[in-house]
Design a protein around this ligand. Structure first.
Ligand code: UDP
Length: 151
């Protein structure tokens, strides 16, 4: 079992796609183990997007992530990190495959609806960045046998 972090970006909130996107993860069989609405700060964004700090668009993405609150989700499942990255699609919404979240809902590189952790290590760091231990829930997934059979 893996855990991963998703951020529903301001583009999802402003365009009324929150229910739609969360519904995709639920229907897929991923277990929702944490969820909250927060405002991101420069401090947290500089940590979260540290790998982009020298890019010319760094200031622009920071501003775009503060336009409204965001929703952070913690999801759990077998291979959850890779499954969720695939569901998100590639960064550029115009090039992302139809059927993916970005491919279905985004025409932009920047305003691409979701963030999803890109590796199990990053997921752990990102979950700790956005959730305290009491905000992550450990409970049985009652449909587990129907979702995974004997995998
Ligand atoms: N981004 C952008 N312009 C770029 C590359 C990235 O505005 O040329 C934004 C975009 O919103 C992306 C985020 O910065 O989701 C983080 O970029 P990363 O390369 O980590 O892509 P991701 O993992 O989100 O697909």
């Amino acid at each position: 079992m893996q855990k991963t972090l998703v951020i529903l970006k301001p583009s999802a909130i402003q365009r009324g796609l929150v229910g739609e996107v969360i519904s995709r993860f639920e229907k897929k069989g991923l277990q929702l183990i944490g969820m909250k609405m927060i405002y991101l700060t420069d401090e947290i964004l500089e940590e979260h997007y540290a790998h982009l700090k020298d890019k010319p668009f760094f200031q622009r993405i920071k501003e775009s992530m503060k336009v409204s609150p965001v929703i952070v989700l913690a999801l759990k499942g077998v291979d959850a990190v890779e499954v969720v990255r695939k569901m998100a699609g590639i960064t550029n919404g115009r090039e992302a495959q139809p059927g993916t979240i970005r491919g279905d809902y985004s025409m932009s590189v920047q305003e691409n609806i979701v963030h999803a952790s890109d590796s199990p290590e990053t997921a752990q760091t990102e979950l700790e960045r956005f959730f305290s231990t009491t905000e992550l829930f450990n409970y049985p997934q009652l449909m587990h046998p129907n979702i995974y059979a004997n995998d």
